[in-house]
Design a protein. Sequence first.
Length: 137
Amino acid sequence: MALLDVFNIAGSAMSAQSVRMNVTASNLANVDSSSGSAEEVYRARQPVFQSMMGNFMSDMESVGVKVSEIVESQAALSQKYQPEHPQADEQGYVYMTNVDPIQEMANMISASRAYQNNVEIVNTSKEMLLRTLSLGQ
């Protein structure tokens, strides 16, 4: 693996973590969502990462990580009996989202730190490359 390949790998990881932070932000924005039916209520979403392993010498461009899909959580929704709520169904129940704000905040911190780590990898690799180039002077 060449030193320049580190930039491709770290860049793909930063891109994937950026998607993770955006999905988490969307989940947090919908933490108090409700609906009159279980099918229409917002469900927490999570990105699924996939490693990309190219051929060792011929396809280093496709080495790294990518978001293969974003899946909806299958965790149970909560129901609240609120017959006065404008979104209540015929029985008076309102369906609440399955977003857990504590889990989402931990996910956001984890994604942010992973992104920062990859920025440090890029900066360290750049510094190593510059020092290597200066050896010939």
